[in-house]
Design a protein around this ligand. Structure first.
Ligand SMILES: [Zn+2]
Length: 177
């Protein structure tokens, strides 16, 4: 397993529509393990492949003990509306309230390539929708009003002074601060 570098706002893969995964093989499983490891090291609750520069429809989610991979995920139905705070490993330190469907039905392939279907609600449903958005080149900021979005992006640019498009993930224990 290996930690991957995380792409930051402004990097092209974040705005790409990712391609369907043709086959779930050992290489993809290794990549999924890398996604989990990188998500954990970065202390996130989800990570999509294009956030590490790979434009394929793969993402991982980890909300408390509920950890799963999604290959070629599709939301087959959605209902209700819920508002909740979101952040993103590709836009560190920026948070905003986002309105999304409250309950979803997810269909995807797991790490073994086996199809599954899950009914989700609450925070994990939010995380899944956030990750699937990534695979379509959509960021949580896109759900905000134009005004709010521009304000946040301006603030983020000011804080991300170097203008770096890549973030090195440092595992816990090796951090200097
Ligand atoms: Zn994100």
């Amino acid at each position: 397993m290996a930690l991957r570098d995380i792409h930051l706002l402004g990097s092209a893969p974040l705005r790409a529509r990712s391609a369907e995964v043709p086959v779930v093989d050992d290489l993809l499983r290794q990549f999924i393990d890398d996604l989990f490891e990188t998500m954990d090291a970065a202390e996130g609750v989800g990570l999509a492949a294009n956030q590490v520069g790979i434009t394929q429809r793969v993402a991982v989610v980890g909300v408390e003990d509920d950890r799963f991979a999604m290959v070629n995920p599709v939301i087959v139905s959605a209902e209700g509306r819920a508002r909740g705070e979101e952040g993103c490993l590709s836009i560190p330190d920026l948070h905003a309230e986002v309105t999304r469907p409250e309950r979803i039905v997810l269909e995807a392939l797991d790490r073994e390539g086996k199809p599954y279907r899950r009914e989700l609600d609450g925070y994990v449903a939010r995380a899944v929708q956030h990750e699937i958005d990534h695979l379509d080149g959509i960021l949580f900021l896109d759900h905000l009003s134009l005004l709010k979005r521009e304000l946040l992006i301006r603030r983020w640019k000011k804080e991300n002074k170097g203008g770096s498009l890549i973030r090195k993930v440092v595992p816990e224990g090796k951090r200097t601060r």
